[in-house]
Design a protein around this ligand. Structure first.
Ligand code: HXC
Length: 257
């Protein structure tokens, strides 16, 4: 049975993906990660989809990698599986991916949320990298992405103790964009997705790429990347349409060309 529910067109241009292993708090076993990454790549190439939203359920976004599945693996098993290659596919998505987080986002679940472009959290969300408590460390980017998001001192504190932190803390430290009441977090994420989906899609993709470069390149190289893509957008019909529509005082119609 599939543990991932996919709904296309939940709003215009928006696809919703729901992790659905409630009996194990959406623990990310290998089959689920494979299905998730395959689906994200497929939707990334689907012209009907402009923005993707990833969620779990009220109790958990995801409580981490499936501990029961990996408990007895050897280092060689892990090396040969090289499961993190799959996670890298998420990083390479061209279209925006928004995480709508309620309840636990722990270990691989927190890392999955951080791989998304934007995180919207319910007041009930709890984040953490508790791997230390089971004898390992984060493996899908937690030591790097959490540190960049919330700073070294806090990342050290939470990664070395495995303690959880709240949605409010995550918001005040800049890890999540917004915290909303539990009944609103998914709606909020879908509305944001729909708003982004109504923007010119090539510009959206270039803007996403440029923001991500801020993490990977020097300021000089990042500015160069931004500038080249700014110039390149003048090759699109959507740039002409957007600027003409402004001058003609009418709403633009995007072609994605
Ligand atoms: C497998 C899990 C799981 C997990 C929960 N479950 N988390 N199974 N892997 N990561 C299962 C429990 O075994 C239990 O199943 C059911 O889900 C409900 O969980 P409970 O523990 O009974 O719920 P509760 O007492 O409310 O505690 C919730 C919790 C706790 C605090 C979130 O479940 C917990 O600490 N989970 C593990 C969190 C964690 O360490 N995550 C990091 C994993 S390592 P049964 O059948 O017993 O009822 C990791 C490495 C990342 O993520 C590397 C990248 C992939």
């Amino acid at each position: 049975m599939s543990h991932l529910l996919v709904e296309k067109g939940v709003k215009p241009g928006v696809a919703l993906l729901r992790l659905n292993r409630p009996e194990s708090l959406n623990a990310l076993n290998r089959a689920l990660v494979a299905e998730l990454t395959d689906t994200l790549v497929r939707l990334d190439n689907d012209p009907e989809v402009r923005v993707m939203v990833l969620t779990g359920d009220e109790r958990a976004f995801a409580a981490g990698a499936d501990i029961k599945e990996m408990a007895e693996d050897s280092a060689v098993d892990m090396l040969l599986l090289d499961q993190f290659q799959r996670w890298d596919q998420i990083k390479r998505l061209k279209k925006p991916l928004i995480a709508a987080v309620s309840g636990y986002a722990l270990g691989g679940g927190c890392e999955l949320a951080m791989l998304c472009d934007i995180i919207i959290a319910s007041e009930t969300a709890q984040f953490g990298q508790p791997e230390i408590k089971i004898g390992v460390i984060p493996g899908a980017g937690g030591t790097q992405r959490l540190t960049r998001a919330i700073g070294k001192s806090r990342a050290m504190e939470y990664i070395l103790t495995g303690r959880f932190f709240s949605a409010k803390q995550a918001e005040s430290w800049g890890l999540v964009s917004r915290v909303v009441p539990p009944e609103l977090y998914l709606e909020e994420a879908l509305n944001l997705a729909a708003e982004i989906a109504s923007m010119p899609p090539i510009a959206v993709q270039m803007a996403k790429q440029a923001v991500n470069k801020a993490y990977e390149l020097s300021l000089e190289e990042g500015l160069h990347f931004e500038r080249k893509n700014f110039y390149l957008l003048f090759a699109t019909n959507d740039q002409k349409e957007g600027m003409r529509a402004f001058m003609e005082k009418r709403p633009p119609t995007w072609q994605g060309k």
